[in-house]
Design a protein around this ligand. Structure first.
Ligand code: 23J
Ligand code: MN
Length: 267
């Protein structure tokens, strides 16, 4: 006979208890939206993404005696942000390819974190290759289908000009090679790919074939992108759950968002 006084056990009930006790922690993977946070700079012949801007409407004053509020403007791809398949030409004819039409269940999934901090510290153009991915899998197991995969580089700790790391020949920051991203998309069937840098692609990603291979292959296969992530050092290599819900912008190709992860505390 079951104990009639005990609440029935359920996964969500257990989750609620774990959140309340701190056994599961919520980690914020987001940078603050700030006019000083860098945005990607494309070659001058192309259109440019806008930085974040905010203006006061009122602040408990003659413009509104009991309330404070702001108007803000920015690009879809400003700050910590989400890339939808419609962002890239390879994904433009896919169904449900914009932030308002992607089914919401796609936003939530387990997350694998590939630590590339040593490589990125030694080489600003460090590449996430199939070899790096397979070496990670030898330690942590094969990346499960439906995973978010994050490339950890500690790039989020850079400030000012060091973040874009612009040189005469363009920006220099780490990212995946064409073969690396294809392994993740085609063989591992990942949900999406995220980075601490300003793009899912390397700073010099325009020089690969195809140009910007992460954008090309991810979005061509209907997969998602996350950029300018923060606090990846607080995530375990496997076992966390990532939640990334973009704003519901009609036909939007991306949006700034709050990215959070649920992490089981070590016990
Ligand atoms: C447009 C063109 C190239 C790139 C990007 C945007 C991004 O990184 C982005 O924010 O999606 S590389
Ligand atoms: Mn983007």
């Amino acid at each position: 006979m079951s104990d009639q006084t005990a609440a029935p056990s359920s996964t969500l009930g257990d989750l609620a208890l774990s959140l309340a006790s701190g056994a599961i922690r919520v980690v914020d993977l987001t940078h603050t939206l700030d006019p000083d946070f860098p945005v990607i700079i494309l070659p001058p012949e192309f259109g440019q993404c806008a930085r974040f801007r905010m203006e006061e409407i009122s602040a408990y004053d003659h413009r509104g005696p009991a309330w404070k509020w702001h108007n803000f403007t920015c690009g879809e791809h400003t700050g910590t942000h989400f890339d939808a398949p419609a962002h890239w030409i390879s994904g433009r004819d896919l169904p449900n390819n914009s932030v308002d039409s992607i089914p919401v269940e796609q936003f939530v999934g387990p997350v694998c974190v590939i630590d590339c901090t040593e490589g990125a510290a030694a080489d600003d153009d460090f590449e996430l290759t199939p070899e790096v991915i397979i070496a990670w899998e030898r330690q942590h197991g094969e990346i499960p289908a439906g995973s978010w995969v994050l490339m950890r580089t500690d790039w989020s700790t850079r400030r000012g000009a060091a973040y874009l790391n612009m040189r005469e020949d363009g920006p220099h920051s780490p990212g995946p090679t064409p073969d690396g991203i294809r392994l993740l998309v085609d063989e591992r069937q990942i949900r999406g790919f995220g980075t601490e840098t300003v793009g899912t692609d390397a700073g010099q990603g325009v020089h690969y074939t195809p140009p910007f291979p992460a954008h090309f292959y991810l979005h061509g296969a209907g997969r998602l992108g996350l950029q300018c992530l923060n606090n990846l050092a607080q995530l375990p290599p496997t076992g966390a759950i990532l939640i990334a819900t973009p704003l519901k912008i009609k036909q939007g190709t991306g949006s700034p968002l709050r990215v959070i992860a649920l992490v089981q505390e070590e016990r």
